[in-house]
Design a protein around this ligand. Structure first.
Ligand code: KG4
Ligand code: ZN
Length: 344
């Protein structure tokens, strides 16, 4: 059995966790920054980086204390090395490198997206490769064929915004506050999902990708018209996002063979309406549907420690010169898609 210390700081959560290769979560400490970013309605990179600096070291001490272990008993240190807000990524990665050097432990540089991609295996021991993963977070919306540790084939991505971005901008426009996803989900409970006619970009098309910017713009127009209640807009927007995610995932499922499960991960995967709809889609394809518990969907360090455990078991460690990366695709071979900044 190995014991891994995981560190996460790529966006607005600072986190440290201790996880074993036997899937025991001995500690997971997390400090959110919602209060600091709320006045701006979104994450301010410089504020985030400074907050990570302040709390990372105490969080590591708290996690070690909660687990009742010393740094000397840890087998490897896993830190998010990207992608994300570069100032924050550097804080966690540098802390990881310093601890690895001081305690003479191996470093595992973890891709944050790989943390999300492998997180379902932490709480679902029976989940075997390969599986089809819908990875939905604040900055990413992808369908990936997960073949093994470090082995990902991107089947689809967004040509403009991520689903999380659509939730966050909708919440901002409707005055529901920050972070947006949970606020839209809460408001939607009191609304009618069919009250506002909204587009479902790319639904029904043979192309595999996602698109959410047209939906985002339509939500803003519906709100500005003054014709609809906030709860109805929230419910209708959430339903449109669900329909887009389900339709695109269905297209991808029709093109893969011999997978063991339909899996969802990333912050947006904590949404109950999305989980319910994907579970039904899995049923239709006679596939088990696996989603991590909601706390493991949003950013945390347990998933980084677990990805570190999986990589460490596969003999994948990194040297202390490993750079922090703002951009770091999981599938480096994936074709570029038409979209912002990319010429078709
Ligand atoms: O994975 P994550 O915590 O951070 C990134 O790596 O981006 O995902 C954050 C995203 C945000 O867009 C947030 O609004 C969304 O996940 N989110 C949700 C819910 N909880 C978080 N979206 C919809 N429903 C939720 N309950
Ligand atoms: Zn994330």
């Amino acid at each position: 059995m190995t014991l891994i210390l995981g560190l996460e700081s790529s966006c607005d959560e600072t986190a440290a966790a201790l996880v074993t290769s036997e899937r025991e979560i001995l500690a997971h400490a997390l400090a959110g920054q919602e209060e600091a970013h709320r006045p701006f309605g979104g994450v301010v990179p410089e504020i985030a980086a400074r907050a990570h600096v302040e709390v990372m070291t105490p969080l590591v001490a708290a996690a070690l204390g909660e687990a009742g272990v010393t740094l000397g008993e840890v087998d490897a240190i896993a830190a998010t090395a990207g992608p994300g807000l570069i100032g924050g990524v550097m804080v966690g990665l540098m802390t990881g490198k310093a601890l690895a050097m001081a305690a003479d432990k191996p470093l595992v540089a973890v891709n944050h997206l790989e943390g999300h991609a492998l997180s379902p295996r932490l709480t679902a021991p029976a989940l075997e490769f390969p599986y089809l993963l819908l990875l939905v977070s604040g900055g990413h919306c992808q369908l990936l064929l997960v073949e093994g540790v470090g082995d990902y084939r991107r089947r689809a991505t967004t040509i403009d915004d991520a689903a999380g971005e659509c939730f966050d901008k909708t919440a901002k426009a409707l005055g529901l506050g920050f972070p947006g996803g949970p606020a839209v989900e809460a408001a939607a409970r009191a609304g009618d999902p069919e009250a506002v006619p909204l587009p479902r970009p790319l639904v029904g098309s043979g192309e595999p990708h996602f698109s959410f910017s047209g939906l985002k713009a339509a939500v803003l127009r519906a709100h500005e018209s003054g014709d609809y209640a906030v709860a109805d807009i929230a419910a209708s927007c959430q339903q449109a996002i669900v329909d887009c995610l389900v339709d695109r995932t269905r297209i991808a499922l029709e093109k893969v063979n011999d997978i063991n499960a339909l899996v969802v991960a990333g912050g947006v995967a904590s949404n109950a309406a999305i989980r319910t709809a994907l579970e039904a889609l899995g049923d239709n394809h006679s596939l088990p549907f696996i989603a991590p518990p909601p706390w493991l969907c949003t950013d945390n360090a347990a998933m980084i420690a677990w990805a570190g455990a999986e990589r460490f078991a596969a003999g994948l460690t990194d040297d202390l010169a490993t750079p922090a990366r703002a951009r770091w695709p999981l599938d480096a071979e994936a074709d570029k898609v038409r979209g912002a900044g990319v010429k078709a």
